[in-house]
Structures are given as C-alpha cells and as structure tokens.
Design a binder for this molecule. Structure first.
Ligand code: MN
Length: 636
C-alpha cells in the first residue's frame, strides 16, 4: 500500500487537489488506527485507503478525500470530532461527523428498515451530499471484503446494502457503485443463483463476444458513412440485473445472456438521433421498446436513447445511444457534477436541490425503487415530497401539491390569506405543481380569501378541509346576514337575571349609572313602589334612604348567557393564546379558562364564553380551523 500511486490517481482526476492536506489526513488516520486490524487481519488503514481510491475515481475533491481517510477515526479510535476540526477545519469535521452519524443507525433486521431509520440516514446526509458519497465508497469496500466476516454478519450487511445503499446509489445515478453493490450483495444472499449466472456467462463468453464484435463493426461502418464520429462499446451486464430480468420476465437464463448489449457514444445530440435512425434501418426495432430519455430525462438526470432490435440469427440487441457527456453523468451520477462545476464545492447544488430531490423522489421512477419502498414499509414516504420555506425549514407535502397546500401546511392563517406564491424566487400561479426541493414563499393579502376554485387543485387533506370549512362559514353567513353584532344584553333580559328573595315590586334600571350584568348592584324602592337598580358605586346612592335599600344578586347558577366550550388542544406554542385572541377579536368575553395537560400531551381545555348570539356550529367550525384545535364542542 503506497501513497504515491494513490496521489497520482487523485491528481489525474483532480489536478488542483491539495496533496499536502490529503497526505496529512492519511498520516493522521494511520496514527489513529495504528494498532487496529481489519477482519482480514490486514492493518486497518487499508480500508480508508481503498475508500479514498474509490472516491478519487469519482472525481472527489480535497475535503471529501481527507474525510475519506478520516471517516472511521471517530467511530473506531480515540479521536473526537473536535480533534478533527482542530486539525482539519470545520468542513472536513462536518463530513466525518455525518458519516459517523450514519454508522450509528443500525439496521439489525428487516424490521429495522423503517421510515424512521431511513429518515435518520437521510437527515445525517441531507446537509451535504458528499457525506453519502463517502458512505457509499465505505460500503463498497466493506462489501468487497465481506468474505472475511462471519456468515450471519455477511447476510445482514448484504441485505442492508441491497435494501438501502444500492437504491441510494441508484437514485444518485452512480451506476458503477450501484451495479457492484448489487452484485456483491447477491453473492451472499443468493449464492446459488449467482454461481449459475456467472458460470453460464463464462461458458459462452467467447461466442457472445464474437457476435457482439460483429454487430459493433457493422454499426461502426454504417455510422461512419454518415460522417458521425462514434465510439461503440459492448456493455457488460451486471449479474443482479440479469437475475432481476429473469425474475421479472419469468424467462430462462439462456434467453437473457444471448442478448447483446451495446452502447453508442457520439458528440452531439443531433448525432444521437442520426445514429438511432441508422440502427433502426439496419434491424427491425421492437415496438414500444424505444425510450427517449434525452428529451425526457429521468429524475436522477439520466439521459440516453434506448432501443431494442431484432438482430441477425434472432439475436436481441439492446442499444443505448448518448453523448460522451451524458455517459459520464450516467456512470458517475451526482459525482459527475463535481467536475462539471469545476469548483471545489458547489454547495448550493449538492446541498439542497439535488440531494433532496433525488432521494425523496426515488419512489417515482422505476419498479425497483417501488419495491424498495415496499421492503422498507415506507408508507410514510408514499407520494411525499419535501419543499422548503425561504428560511430553509422543510415542509413535507403530497406529490402534486401546490403553493396553496404549502401555505395551509405552514399555518392556517397563511392559507386563508394566501394571494401569490414565489417558487425558487419566480412568481407562479397558485395551482402550480411543486417539485421536490422547491423553495416556496407565500405572499399574503389582507383581503385574500379561499375560493371554491382552490378545491379543484389542492392535494393535501389539510388544505381541503380548511378551505371547505371556510367556504361553509361564508356561505352560511351570506344566507343569514344577521349574525348579531356583539351587543349589550337588553335591560329586559337583565331583569330575569336578578335574584329576588321575595316577589317584589317591578324592576327598573337607573339611568344615572346604567348597570350592566356582573356589576355590583343595589336596589332602592321608589315612591311609586318600583325597585330601581343602581351600581353600588353610583354617586347618587349617598342621597338615598338606606331604609328603602334592598340587597340584590345576579343569578349565577342560572346564567343562560354563558356557554361552556370544551376544546382538545395540541401542545403547540401559542395555541391557546390564538384561541383567546380569536374570541377577543369577535368581541366575545371570556369568563373562565381552564387547561389541563392529558396523558397524550394534549390539553383538555374548558373555556366559558359570553353568549352574544353567534351560531354555535359556526363558532365550532371556525375553531376547528385552528392548527392547535384537535376537537371542539359545546358542553350542555
Ligand atoms: Mn469505514
């Protein structure tokens, strides 16, 4: 194990690499792992060394390469993240920490492939795509050396690789790593099938290679005559992809390995279509097998033309046609972008858009990924995309969601007052379909309100129900425009509320102090045998005859004009305050509030409010629109 050839490999892929720093990382890792051995009994440093080699061929830049050397020092040795930061700076320390975090998520058995565990893996890497690249290189080398570990462990690691890491490599479009991870997993999970396929392939290798060569030469001559410069190569098929094809199409290995797979690389996009036209003239294309991923790239950025032809002697020829640049992106996937953008880091690119976009969209584009989701029982991820607020907070939405869904998801008020939306800083219509990774900004307007039209395009249950109940309330208030304004209880009603000890004289409210319900009051008999009611602190009382005074109380127990609400509130900051403000804004007085936390962490809340004539159902409907309100009802 020599550092020099590795450095040359690194410089070959990245001439500006910081060789001094990389060497420092190598020496540091070497010291820290000094006494340790791999399961193969080799010195431990062999592992990080091989990981860096893999990263170098993916055109990784200096920080990633350093982190590749250091990725196990925190997990396996005495160094801490702080030590790494002190020696190598925050960027490299963050990468190492990310990889260490993923290592802490253990998938011991199939039942551990839960959304929760996967989320942990995603979260550890969501900040920086390079963390996952290092993890994939790490896993690839561990898979290459898996024969040295115990049999049970082999199975577990192979299963985890096939269920988690190969699909991630697929979603990141890193074909080389994906194919090798799958083949290595298969070797341990289905050793018999693996042996069968590999022996079959080797058995007729010569015959097949000759046939492939003939086809390649034929195409080469034909295309040359059209003055198109093309490189044509035979494609090695991964064993696992052959196995999957056998299973999917329920065919014998003989039918598949007879297949000839070639790739045509040209310089420009028009040349792709020229080459396509030529091969379609040479052999008959299978109907419905042609796919144009150049005009419709796959979610992971893959671009190519695919076609299948009926070749000579009934041989099936699978052809891929693409430009050299497309081929590089196809093979290296997201890693190709490092070089593409030329700079050490293109954080904006890899941090947010790409990583999240690829990973969280993975379910949509092939059977394979759909199976993956099933394996993981990832119901939670079903149809889900992640978008962001301008501050970078992730908002999970259903696929096909619009800015209106987004607004209601953030806050009910934002939904109700939503008038315009910016997606990635561009103004869009409210029914615009959001894509994973979009940054969405909602612009509100005071007089904005939900329209019936919105129901036609919103996707989330939350937005739907909130819009519906809003429309219902408006509709009802239009039907009965007389929702009473907050009013003082009439004096006639007040009379009923006075608790009288004996049948007394008719009651009259004094005009001087105008008592209202709840005030401390006193009664005075007048000459005409009426009882006039004054406030206890009315200035006129002093001049009245105390012998004609009667003590009075309000009827508290028969207080018809109070209503008791029972609310179940989620434990949300400001949740109760929002509700109280709502009553205040409506001019409804609150006479009592009681909130008790329950075992389920929700708050069981009793609110006594003044009855000023709002329709009960309307009040309940409005209350239920608050995010914090789980349920609302009136207590009889
Ligand atoms: Mn490792």
């Amino acid at each position: 194990m020599e550092l020099k050839p590795l450095m040359n490999l690194i410089l070959e892929h990245n001439p500006n690499a910081d060789t001094a720093l990389i060497e420092k990382a190598y020496n540091y890792a070497n010291r820290r792992h000094k006494e340790q051995l791999r399961a193969s009994k080799e010195p431990y440093i062999v592992h990080p060394f091989e990981v860096v080699k893999i990263l170098a061929t993916l055109n990784a830049q200096s920080a990633t390469l350093c982190a590749g050397f250091l990725h196990d020092v925190v997990e396996d040795s005495t160094a801490s993240i702080d030590d790494i930061e002190r020696e190598f700076g925050k960027e490299i320390a963050d990468l190492v920490e990310g990889v260490t975090k993923i290592d802490k998520v253990h998938f011991e058995s199939r039942s551990d492939y839960t959304a929760e565990n996967l989320r942990k893996v995603l979260l550890a890497t969501a900040k920086d795509i390079r963390v996952m690249l290092i993890k994939l290189a790490d896993r690839l080398h561990n898979m290459r050396t898996l024969k040295h570990v115990r049999t049970e462990k082999q199975k577990r690691i192979a299963e985890e690789t096939l269920s988690i890491y190969a699909p991630i490599a697929h979603k990141l479009g890193i074909w080389r790593i994906k194919g090798e991870l799958e083949d290595l997993s298969m070797r341990y999970l289905k050793p018999d099938t693996y042996q069968l396929i590999s022996s079959k392939i080797n058995e007729k290798r010569e015959v097949r290679e000759k046939a492939t060569e003939d086809i390649i030469n034929e195409i080469k001559n034909r295309i040359k005559s059209k003055e198109v410069n093309a490189t044509i190569i035979g494609r090695a098929k991964y064993f696992y992809s052959i196995y999957k094809k056998m299973k999917k199409k329920n065919v014998d290995i003989n039918e598949i390995y007879d297949l000839i797979a070639i790739r045509i690389l040209v310089e420009t996009i028009p040349e792709c279509y020229t080459a396509l036209g030529e091969v379609h003239e040479m052999w008959k294309p299978y109907p419905r097998r042609f796919k144009d991923y150049i005009s419709n790239p796959k979610a992971n950025g893959y671009q190519s033309l695919h076609t299948v032809l009926e070749g000579p002697n009934n041989k099936v020829i699978e052809v891929q046609i693409r430009t050299i640049e497309m081929d590089r992106v196809a093979e290296d996937g997201i890693a190709a972008h490092w070089k593409y953008h030329g700079t050490e880091r293109d954080k904006k690119f890899d941090k947010r858009i790409s990583w999240i976009k690829q990973l969280l969209k993975w379910r949509s584009d092939s059977d394979e990924t759909r199976n993956f989701i099933e394996t993981l029982k990832m119901d939670l991820f079903e149809d889900e995309i992640v978008t962001f607020t301008p501050k970078g907070d992730p908002i999970n939405l259903k696929e096909g969601a619009t800015p209106v869904d987004f607004a209601f998801e953030v806050h009910t008020y934002l939904g109700l007052k939503c008038s315009k939306a910016l997606v990635n800083q561009k103004l869009v219509s409210l029914d615009h379909v959001l894509l994973p990774g979009d940054i969405v900004e909602i612009i509100t307007a005071k007089n904005a309100e939900p329209s019936r039209q919105w129901l036609k395009f919103v996707k989330t249950g939350k937005a739907k129900s909130k819009i519906r109940s809003y429309l219902k309330i408006t509709l009802e208030s239009q039907k009965k425009p007389n929702i009473p304004e907050p009013a003082v209880i009439s004096q006639a009603d007040l009379v009923d509320l006075i608790e009288l000890t004996s049948k007394k004289a008719p009651i009259k409210f004094s005009k001087c102090c105008n008592p209202s319900y709840g005030d401390d009051i006193l009664g005075f008999y007048t000459k005409d045998k009426k009882l006039t009611i004054h406030k206890k602190d009315c200035v006129n009382i002093h001049s009245m005859d105390k012998n004609k005074q009667a003590k009075l109380n309000w009827k508290k127990d028969k207080f018809k004009n109070l209503m008791t609400l029972e609310l179940i509130l989620a434990d949300k900051v400001g949740g109760l305050a929002d509700i109280l403000n709502f009553f205040v804004a409506k001019g409804i007085n609150i006479s009592k509030v009681q909130a008790k936390p329950k075992k389920d962490k929700n708050f069981h809340t009793i609110i006594e409010i003044e009855n000023i004539g709002y329709k009960k159902e309307n009040l309940l409907a409005e209350l239920r629109m608050f995010d914090a309100v789980i349920n609302a009802m009136f207590k009889e």
